[in-house]
Design a protein around this ligand. Structure first.
Ligand code: FO1
Length: 321
């Protein structure tokens, strides 16, 4: 790979998976590397579940469940129904098809394979041509700090309690000790990456866990390579998920400007929606270049168009610090 040819996209959750899909549809496969958050991973019913890897993988393979935003399309729930009859734990729903991913991933992890190797193999079997790499092979676990003083493992907060607790902060257990997955570390040491794109993922629980890994954060913060983010907040609302609720609870302005301030010093450019055009000036005053376009990705055409525009914008950016 020639110098600067690759794009490193940081993704987690539905927004990240959608833009990753757009990137995969519009770029040559060898030029795209998608690094995926694993802070949401947990062990459940004795399976190792990696929700963001699953969501990115299913979206890129075009087998994602568009109704739920997670899991596989055309899903059946016989396993869950049977488990419910035994009084088993059903708050985290594993569909019959999705279950195959967790069974196979867990088996290989227990046999000693690295998460990144397993991911590479599962993606290849699903016909995904670009690189999809977990942020780390080592464990990093997002812990949600709440106003009652209680701390919650991420999936307890997100799924079991439906994001109801008021958040005061986040912790990423294990991040200090973690290294980027080997394939990512090699890319970060080389010169193939020409730009980084932070997908419209939740900045607190999808992107922050990656940046909390020292070598990962140092690479992004080194200011050697231009970094562009796509705002997950449009018209004062999160397109999906609890980002806006979290921002409110953390006392942050729920807007693309709030996102710009959050990423200030880290990004050179921010892609914002037409609905937020009036924020162009205040964001530029932070020293961040702005691209205003339609950022809602309802279909394949909208994903591809946003992906193309974001790549072009990111490649044109100059490192500002
Ligand atoms: N999210 C839910 O809201 N409810 C579920 O029952 C659920 C099950 C599930 C199973 C496998 C998987 O890969 C993801 C699943 N998710 C579910 C989504 C997931 O937990 C979150 O969307 C992410 O962690 C946030 O990005």
């Amino acid at each position: 790979m020639s110098a600067g040819e690759q794009i490193l996209a940081l993704a987690g959750g539905v927004g990240g998976a959608k833009l990753a899909h757009g990137l995969a549809m519009t770029m040559e496969a060898e030029k795209l590397v998608v690094a995926v958050n694993t802070g949401d991973d947990f062990e459940h019913l004795d399976f190792y579940i990696s929700p963001d890897l699953d969501t990115v993988m299913y979206n890129l393979a075009e087998i994602n469940n568009t109704e739920t935003g997670w899991g596989v399309t055309g899903e059946s729930w016989n396993f869950m129904d049977a488990l419910a009859r035994f009084g088993g734990e059903t708050w985290f729903r594993l569909g019959d098809r999705d279950l195959a991913t967790h069974v196979e991933r867990t088996r290989r992890l227990r046999a000693g394979e690295a998460l990144s190797d397993i991911t590479e193999n599962l993606c290849s079997r699903l016909g995904i041509a670009c690189a999809v790499i977990p942020m780390s092979d080592g464990p990093v676990r997002t812990i949600v700090e709440t106003s009652t003083g209680e701390t919650l493992p991420f999936q307890d907060y997100f799924v079991r309690l439906a994001c109801a607790p008021q958040v005061t902060g986040f912790r990423f257990d294990g991040a200090d000790q973690a290294e980027p997955a080997p394939a990512l570390a090699r890319m970060m040491e080389g010169d193939s990456i020409g730009a980084v794109i932070i997908c419209p993922s939740n900045p607190y629980v999808s992107i922050a866990p990656m940046l909390a890994i020292p070598a990962f954060g140092a690479f992004i913060k080194s200011r050697k390579i231009p970094v562009a983010a796509v705002s997950p907040i449009v018209g004062g609302q999160a397109i999906k998920g609890p980002a806006a609720k979290m921002m409110a609870e953390l006392g942050v302005d729920i807007s693309a400007l709030g996102i710009a301030r959050h990423y200030e010093g880290l990004i050179d450019g921010l892609v914002i929606d037409e609905a937020d055009r009036d924020l162009l000036r205040p964001i530029e005053e932070l020293g961040i270049k702005v691209l205003v376009t339609n950022t809602i990705m309802r279909d394949v055409a909208e994903k591809s168009r946003l992906a193309e525009q974001t790549v072009e914008f990111a490649r044109r950016l100059k490192v500002t610090a």
